[in-house]
Design a protein around this ligand. Structure first.
Ligand code: HEM
Length: 120
């Protein structure tokens, strides 16, 4: 059978490694650093692992506030959203996640912009 999306991300261990690298890249990116430098990075990474695991069809559930509540304390533009996606793509490339799997995940995350982008 074909590998599931969750399997193509290396299951939970693969997602933990991906989110560790992603957070390092967010902090290293001058566009993203101001958003993430002062947050509880370990917590955000752990929540992202659960969320992506769930979105990719794995056996996890994100337990936390909805995306609108999480992000409404921060001003986020469409350009900010696109920059975060770009950094995520770099992290996925670095881990050798197949392009088609990357695109499937991004297709599931993209509609969340409606709840996350809150500045015109
Ligand atoms: C599809 C895109 C995104 C997803 C799936 C996502 C998901 C998440 C999740 C799961 C959390 C942790 C929530 C919790 O504490 O329970 C979080 C927190 C956060 N996100 Fe996002 N996010 C996205 C886009 C963005 C963008 C574009 C920005 C800003 C450029 C951003 C900034 C933040 C910040 C600053 C926090 C920490 C909030 C805090 O702890 O006060 N996120 N995000």
């Amino acid at each position: 059978a074909d590998a599931t999306l969750y399997q193509q991300f290396g299951e939970r261990a693969g997602l933990v490694a991906l989110m560790d690298d992603f957070m390092q890249r967010l902090l290293a990116d001058p566009r993203m650093n101001p958003f993430f430098k002062d947050v509880d990075q370990a917590h955000v990474k752990a929540q992202l692992v659960d969320q992506i695991c769930e979105v990719a069809g794995g056996p996890c559930r994100l337990d936390g506030p909805d995306m609108k509540s999480v992000h409404n304390g921060v001003d986020i533009t469409r350009a900010d959203f696109n920059a975060l996606v770009e950094v995520l793509q770099q992290a996925m490339d670095a881990r050798g996640i197949p392009f088609s799997a990357q695109n499937q995940l991004l297709g599931k995350l993209a509609p969340m912009h409606r709840d996350i982008v809150n500045v015109p």
